[in-house]
Design a protein around this ligand. Structure first.
Ligand SMILES: Nc1ncnc2c1ncn2[C@@H]1O[C@H](COP(=O)(O)OP(=O)(O)O)[C@@H](O)[C@H]1O
Ligand SMILES: [Mg+2]
Length: 399
């Protein structure tokens, strides 16, 4: 895909120049602690109703941290970045950078650089000029511009392309230039708004690696937005999951995977997603049992049993990741379909009208239509309140 000729809207250009003029108060990259305190932003919806694009958001990016905000389209990610950049004003709450309140500070004075989803390069300028654009606007001395542009180009493999103009670049190269322009600025905070989502899969992987490398070298505070949970997990020090404007959970990637705070996070992080089963907690022969609506009954794991004590007779949702459903006695199911990736097999199963996925090592063979017995690793089970979606237990193996 070539994106060089994509027109840049006037609004984007204006916002870009606001951001590009500002910042870079010192020649050394510095890091800053960014705090969002109870921040809300409302817009007028299509029927003039109030839409809470961001709702009471409490979020901190530590100095030098790579924070990734992830969530489905429309959950408020871009609005959050625009609030940080100063392109939107919060209706509630406040933001601060290294303890200094950002209220009333113009975008150009915030010392943040934003990389947009549609890279917004200036098509009539060369790569060199695009990289140095923000520094030029700020009347940085020529030698300093050259030094910083060359360093950014070096880091992003752009040295051979410095004399070209954007229409003669591929999509991935354009996005690298956009990245490099932010890098040359040496801001206190980098903001990335889905910088890879217009690229095809191999390029996305390659640029992901480059962003990780830039991150290590630049050492600045970074807030990175994506709707792709795999990208979030791969890049982040900490992942913040948003839904409908509200923060669901912020935690390091593996903690998010192992200890999702609610059903939404459990279902959003991980691919294929966690399996969910409706059922009730029952006490049978002195044991706590999960009795699924699908007919099977399984003893609750040791860790979960304690937390489920008070729920006997009540409905709960059992959550199990595909890798925690394997071959072995337990639940009778029919394999509807097998997806073999080479490294593993995904078995799409059905049991009394309930569908779920099991992830098995590649060597194991099963075919569509086959009846199988599957072992549910109940020590790794998650349980959720069906009304609130809140997690009721921590998987026993994690405690
Ligand atoms: N300028 C605007 N005017 C009206 N509604 C907006 C505006 N910007 C965003 N929204 C709404 O706010 C919500 C969050 O949008 P956005 O932050 O762009 O989400 P995301 O980046 O996660 O896809 C959406 O419902 C969107 O339609
Ligand atoms: Mg967006």
């Amino acid at each position: 895909m070539r994106m060089g000729r994509r027109p840049v809207s006037d609004k984007a250009k204006l916002e870009l120049s606001w951001l590009d003029i500002g910042g870079g108060k010192s020649n050394n990259p510095s890091m800053a602690r960014l705090v969002l305190d109870n921040v809300s932003k409302f817009f007028a919806g299509p029927r003039r109703e109030n839409v809470g694009a961001v709702r009471r958001l409490n979020l901190t990016a530590g100095a030098g941290e790579f924070l990734v905000i992830v969530g489905p389209s429309g959950c408020g990610k871009t609005t959050t970045l625009r609030l940080i950049a100063g392109l939107e004003t919060p209706d509630e709450g406040s933001l601060s950078l290294d303890g200094e309140p950002l209220a009333g500070v113009a975008p150009k004075d915030r010392d943040v650089a934003m990389v947009f989803q549609n890279h917004a390069l200036l098509p009539h300028l060369t790569v060199f000029e695009n990289l140095g654009f923000g520094l030029m606007l700020r009347r940085t001395p020529r030698e300093e511009i050259t030094r910083r542009v060359r360093a950014a180009a070096e880091m992003l493999d752009l040295t051979a392309l410095l004399e070209r103009k954007p229409p003669a670049l591929s999509g991935g190269e354009c996005q690298r230039v956009a990245l490099g322009r932010a890098l040359a600025r040496q801001p206190r905070v980098f903001l990335f708004d889905e910088p890879l989502s217009n690229l095809d899969a191999p390029l996305r992987l390659q640029l992901r690696g480059q962003i990780a490398a830039v991150r290590r070298r630049a050492g600045a505070t970074m807030v990175y937005v994506t709707h792709d949970q795999a990208e979030a997990m791969a890049l982040a020090d900490r992942v913040a999951v948003m839904r409908e404007g509200a923060l669901q959970q912020a935690a390091p990637p593996l903690e998010l995977y192992r200890r999702p705070a609610n059903r939404f996070v459990a279902g959003f992080i991980g691919s294929p997603p966690m399996n969910f089963f409706q059922g009730v907690v029952a006490r049978e022969n002195g044991l706590l049992v999960f009795r699924a609506n699908a007919g099977f009954a399984l003893e609750a794991g040791e860790g979960a049993a304690k937390a489920l004590e008070t729920r006997a007779g009540q409905p709960v949702i059992l959550g199990l990741r595909p890798e925690d459903i394997g071959a072995g006695p337990g639940v009778a199911a029919v394999v509807e379909r097998v997806e073999a990736t080479g490294a593993e097999n995904l078995l799409y199963c059905e049991s009394n009208g309930v569908r779920f996925v099991s992830r098995m090592p590649a060597g194991r063979v099963a075919e569509g239509g086959q009846s199988v017995a599957l072992r549910f690793e109940m020590e790794r089970a998650h349980f959720f309140d069906p009304t609130t979606g809140q997690a009721l237990t921590l998987p026993g193996w994690f405690i």
